[in-house]
Design a protein around this ligand. Structure first.
Ligand code: NAD
Length: 496
């Protein structure tokens, strides 16, 4: 079912029609080169506004400001001061959330039904980070050495953090960096994705409104190969928190070697979603569908390799196809729509390339498989698509598609499915659906991935954390380990 596109609704933030500057030291600043680029609404291909195209010189200016802010009073704010600021930020984000959700929807196409629902998780993240400001404390070891020596560790913020994030959910993903930096006393230069920068610009305006000192968080907009590369390479950036593709992650590792930056890499995935014959299919069918179709498949941990036990394969795929046909694809501003467009023509071509190539490798199309036309033909919409008879060696089962495409792969035994599930270069998410806890636990222990969900998919609690292994990266978002990564332990010896 499709819905027609409505005209873009005016948003205060966009209504002045002016090109947006970088945000450096709390002020909008144009690029030193004077260059700008267009940013589009992927639902209809219309230009939303123009953004400043950042260069190495703009990145350098932002890093200098971030360094000065770090050396200023900010890194000596008490934990109570940082906590109060985060609480004010939480309130301001809550009060402005409708506008933020609208900006994100217009900018990257996620349905308003999804972006509005991010309010709870984002406020929860900010509260989590506000609760962690007190944790930046070290240990006192007393007289652990001979003589009258007191030894201790002090936890100190690492310094300037370069945050580089993708387009598939900046409204939420920026908080993993902002929250940790604000909780620990670091400063930040953010480089959002060229296709979806607007929610980051608006959020950082709100941070200043809440009382964050100027220069603590700065934003340089622009392209990865220029602004992103300059940030990853900059010798005065201490840490890079990168979320994006594995291909770019490798470039970040190389660029960061200049000054041995600490790195956090949240990269791609090809997560297994495993359904045993004894699963509650009333839950597993919609669960497995939305593990991929949420955000039109543009989710790093999407359960794109759907392993279904052979005895229920026919029934399960029939129900999956039936369910996917009930999903409403269309105008992301329509409250009833569940799937919006892909982010860009480039992403559309990429996804359709995989879909068109799959039958040649032997996969059978069970549902979807086409670009959506009619009223939606000026946007980048793709039908929820399901392939059956997929083997784990086909391209659609090995490469990250980042679109609404499920590959159903049959399996016989728990041992077989573990071998296939782990036969991938990635290790991000994974799930098992079974009523038998011992089967579920076998998968929990056997899967090589950073997260495993049992009889559910995609939950993330900032207290617990989320991260990948293998080519999905390293470092964790959320949990005490995340906070610790923004701090270093200074060892102190005091001879009495
Ligand atoms: P991408 O790697 O193309 O871009 C991500 C960011 O890196 C953008 O801001 C881009 O401008 C920048 N960039 C590009 N080239 C760069 C370079 N040479 N140096 C520095 N920065 C550079 O990724 P994308 O297509 O925007 O996003 C999709 C990818 O992100 C998928 O692979 C997805 O799995 C991954 N992702 C991972 C997670 C996670 O938590 N593991 C979360 C969301 C998305």
């Amino acid at each position: 079912m499709t819905q027609p596109i409505r005209e873009i609704e005016a948003v205060g933030f966009l209504s002045d029609g002016k090109a947006k500057g970088h945000l450096i030291g709390g002020r909008q600043v144009p690029s030193q080169s004077g260059r700008v680029f267009d940013t589009f609404n992927p639902a209809n291909g219309k230009r939303l506004t123009q953004l400043s195209e950042g260069s190495a010189a703009d990145v350098d200016a932002a890093v200098r400001v971030a360094r000065a802010a770090f050396e200023g009073p900010w890194s000596r704010w008490t934990p109570y001061q940082r906590q109060s600021l985060l609480v004010k930020i939480r309130d301001l984000i809550e009060a402005n959330f409708d506008e933020l959700a609208m900006i994100e929807t217009l900018d990257m196409g996620a349905p308003l039904s999804r972006t509005k629902n991010l309010k709870g998780p984002i406020l929860q993240m900010i509260m989590y980070f506000s609760s962690q400001t007190m944790g930046a404390s070290g240990e006192t070891l007393g007289n652990s050495l001979p003589g009258n020596v007191t030894t201790m560790t002090i936890k100190a913020p690492v310094g300037v953090v370069g945050g580089i994030i993708p387009w598939n959910g900046p409204l939420i993903s920026q908080w993993w960096i902002l929250g940790a930096a604000l909780a620990t006393g670091c400063t930040v230069v953010m480089k959002p994705a060229e296709d979806a920068s607007l929610s980051v610009l608006r959020v950082v305006e709100l941070l200043h409104e809440a009382g964050m000192p100027e220069g603590v968080v700065n934003v340089v907009t622009g392209f990865g190969a220029e602004a992103g590369e300059a940030l990853a390479r900059h010798p005065d950036v201490d840490r890079v928190a990168f979320t994006g593709s594995t291909v770019t992650g490798r470039k970040i590792v190389e660029a960061s070697a200049v000054n041995m930056k600490k790195l956090q890499l949240e990269l791609g995935g090809k997560s297994p979603d495993i359904v045993f014959a004894d699963a509650d299919l009333d839950k597993a069918v919609p669960g497995a569908a939305m593990a991929v179709f949420t955000n039109s498949g543009q989710v790093c941990y999407a359960g794109t390799r759907l392993f279904v036990q052979r005895s229920i394969q026919e029934e399960f795929t029939a129900r999956l196809a039936e369910f996917s046909k009930t999903l409403r694809v269309g105008d992301p501003l329509d409250a009833n729509v569940q799937l919006g467009p892909l982010i860009s023509q480039k992403q559309l071509d990429r996804v359709l390339g995989y879909v068109e190539g799959a039958p040649g490798e032997g996969a059978k199309l069970a549902s979807g498989g086409a670009r959506v036309g009619g009223d939606l033909s000026s946007g980048y919409f793709v039908e929820p698509t399901i392939f059956t008879d997929v083997t784990n060696s086909m391209r659609i089962a090995r490469e990250e598609i980042f679109g609404p495409v499920i590959s159903v792969i049959p399996f016989d035994t728990a041992e077989d499915v573990l071998t296939m599930a782990n036969d991938t270069e990635y290790g991000l998410g994974g799930a098992v659906w079974s009523r038998d806890m011992s089967t579920a636990l076998k998968m929990v222990h056997g899967l090589h991935s950073g997260t495993v969900w049992v009889n559910c998919y995609g939950m993330v609690d900032p207290n617990v954390g989320f991260g990948g292994i293998k080519m999905s990266g390293y470092g964790v978002k959320g949990s005490r380990n995340h906070i610790d990564a923004y701090l270093y332990a200074k060892s102190v010896y005091i001879a009495g």
